[in-house]
Ligand binder design. Sequence first.
Ligand code: ZN
Length: 168
Amino acid sequence: MMNIKSIPSGFHQIQRHDGIFQEQVHDAYKARGKLPEPTVCPQCNAVFHEGGWRWGDAPANAHRAICPACHRMQDHYPAGFLTLSGEFFSTHRDEIMHLVRNHEQSERAEHPLQRIMAVEEIGGEVLVTTTDIHLARGIGEALHHAYRGDLEYHYNPAENLLRVHWTH
Ligand SMILES: [Zn+2]
């Protein structure tokens, strides 16, 4: 079994307020050129218009294409990896996982591409994978804001992947 703490090649540590978090980089995962507008995702019904994916109604004749988040879920190819560990985490796990889920729900309500893909337990630690790097970062920030602890980011610029470690 892989060690979730090991940092794969291609990642380097970045600061919590790194500029990449301000950029609105469009997730180009599996994108084949520019999408016509409006486009609707047949799996989640998100609509691409005005240059981004939103929730809303699409006309019946809208172009159809799978959105990057549904593509990532289908391929089991996350953009964000968040590991949660430590003694405080172990003893407050239910409460902390509740916060994680709540944060996802409020982000996803606004941003269709920000979703949790899976929550896996590996040797007493929890790995949360996400369809978008901003969600992994946002959950890390929310945990740090609520409980402090140690928060670290490693970024892979070539593939726009983010690993977040929160330990407490
Ligand atoms: Zn979709």
